[in-house]
Design a protein around this ligand. Structure first.
Ligand code: GLU
Length: 477
């Protein structure tokens, strides 16, 4: 579950902001205007209303599923539960999924869903009724299925909701052998893959670690290479923000600030993320954490001194009115659309490196792809080769030891002999994806000779991939 507070910039809707960013990049690509228009368009928008009995009353629930692109199938993207859900937001998020999947070479089209409810207002039983009804509406209209459209968790949803969806789908499609692949982000016991829960946060960490590894780029913004000792502020302690903060903390970064909807805390000496979460559990708020300065207005936390800022809550958090007061030299977009186009311009003028959402938070969908593959292959990753690898490593190690007459220590032996478990393979696939995709974006950025920001460079990479796919599909006469 993810939590935070949105603010809206007056003159662009979220979807218009995404279109504006697309247009900035489109002129650097080679495609004719018809192809560009098709890439940009939302192909299918399904708005539904359905009744659910809540206590004594019947509530009419408003919900959406938007499929932005079908150039590759299935379409893919999460489902969010929030009172801010509206058609424009779901369209924008679906479009971002198209570009995100393209950037990390995940062979899916983009989609997104949303139910306009405040999930905190309902009991688990009521949420289950709403979720199952939503899933059956999707089935009725052929908007869900392993080869059609595969939802996943997003803001306000998690493994529990995905279990209800897969169970509803499987009961409406008896005998469908691949039914488990109709949704990802499921608990491991329900066909999920190990490593999916923390995947977005871990992907953010791998991505920023790669950004910080390039000396030439760090020199330009006056930072040293490496994560250790970097001062980090994270907005949002939901699934994405919490895991990102945890991975930074474990790697030796100093978490100086944390912001949630109830307020924010800051301590230049560093906050222990595990203790802050315990404190929030026991008091109901991050405020009042021993030794930290409190910010009643949560957004003020983002304006405190730091090297890296990770907005991992909702869209439009850094906009024309607060971007000028941000100190961070690197902003890593953990959320989808946390910076408005106005903020982009202000930050670019200040020389801030903005690592865009469509790359940086793609860890979730990358591991969703692994989960989908696992479901279609009906076998856990590592099941066939773990033991084989261990036996093979053992033979090699014994040969080396007998040839050299030396023995490695017990700790080294167990490290060398370890064959990969599912989670090792998932982490390794994610790490490789985040590193490889960052270099694709950076290369595009360098090729454009510093004329554009990193978001525009990322868009050019995505447009190239989706555009080629449309060209190769052929357009019906
Ligand atoms: N909701 C996540 C996102 O915005 C994950 C989507 C997925 O796994 O399909 O990227």
């Amino acid at each position: 579950m993810e939590t935070a507070n949105p603010t809206q910039e007056a003159h662009y809707s979220f979807f218009q902001g995404v279109e504006r960013n697309f247009d900035k990049a489109a002129k650097y690509t080679r495609f004719e205007s018809g192809i560009l228009e098709q890439i940009k368009a939302c192909n299918s928008v399904y708005r539904m209303k359905f009744p659910v009995r809540i206590g004594e009353n019947i509530e009419v629930i408003e919900a959406y599923r938007v499929q932005h692109s079908h150039h590759k199938l299935p379409c893919k993207g999460g489902i969010r539960y929030s009172m801010d859900v509206n058609q424009d937001e779901v369209m924008a998020l679906a479009a971002l999924m198209t570009y995100k999947c393209a950037i990390v070479n995940v062979p899916f089209g983009g989609a997104k869903g949303g139910i306009k409810i405040n999930p905190r207002k309902y009991s688990a039983f009521e949420l289950e009724k709403i979720t199952r009804r939503y899933a059956s509406e999707l089935v009725k209209k052929n908007f869900i299925g392993p080869g059609i459209d595969v939802p996943a968790p997003d803001y306000g949803t998690g493994g529990r909701e995905m279990s209800w969806i897969v169970d509803t789908y499987a009961s409406l499609k008896p005998g469908e052998v691949d039914a488990l692949a109709c949704v990802t982000g499921k608990p491991v016991t329900q066909g999920g893959v190990r490593g999916r829960t923390e995947a977005t946060g871990l992907g953010i960490f791998y991505g920023i670690r790669e950004v910080c590894a390039i000396k030439e780029d760090m020199d330009k913004i006056g930072l040293t290479t490496g994560i250790e000792g970097k001062r980090v502020i994270v907005q949002g302690l939901g699934n994405v923000g919490y895991h990102a903060a945890k991975f930074f903390f474990d790697a030796g970064a100093i978490i100086v600030g944390l912001a949630e909807y109830e307020g924010g805390i800051y301590d230049e000496k560093g906050l222990n993320i595990y203790d802050v979460v315990d404190h929030r559990k026991s008091t109901g708020s991050i405020l009042g954490y021993p030794g930290a300065t409190n910010f009643k207005v949560s957004g003020d936390t983002l304006e405190q001194p730091c090297d890296i800022l990770i907005p991992a809550a909702l869209e439009n958090q850094i906009n024309g009115s607060n971007a000028g007061r941000i100190h961070a030299k690197i902003i890593g977009e953990g959320a989808n659309g946390p910076l408005t186009p106005d903020a982009d311009e202000i930050l670019a003028a200040k020389g801030v490196i903005v690592v865009p959402d469509m790359y940086l938070n793609a860890g979730g969908v990358t591991v969703s792809y692994f989960e989908w593959l696992k479901n279609l292959s009906h076998v856990r990753f590592g099941r066939m080769d773990k033991r084989f690898s261990e036996n093979h490593f053992d033979t090699m190690l014994k040969s080396v030891e007998s040839l050299t007459g030396k023995r490695v220590s017990d700790i080294e032996r167990s490290q060398i002999l370890h064959g990969p478990d599912e989670v090792d393979l998932v982490y390794s696939g994610l790490e490789d994806t985040m590193i490889g995709s960052y270099h694709e974006i950076r290369e595009a950025f360098l090729k454009l000779g510093g004329k554009v920001d990193m978001r525009t460079a990322a868009f050019t990479v995505a447009i190239d991939k989706v555009g080629v796919s449309y060209e190769e599909l052929g357009i019906f006469p």
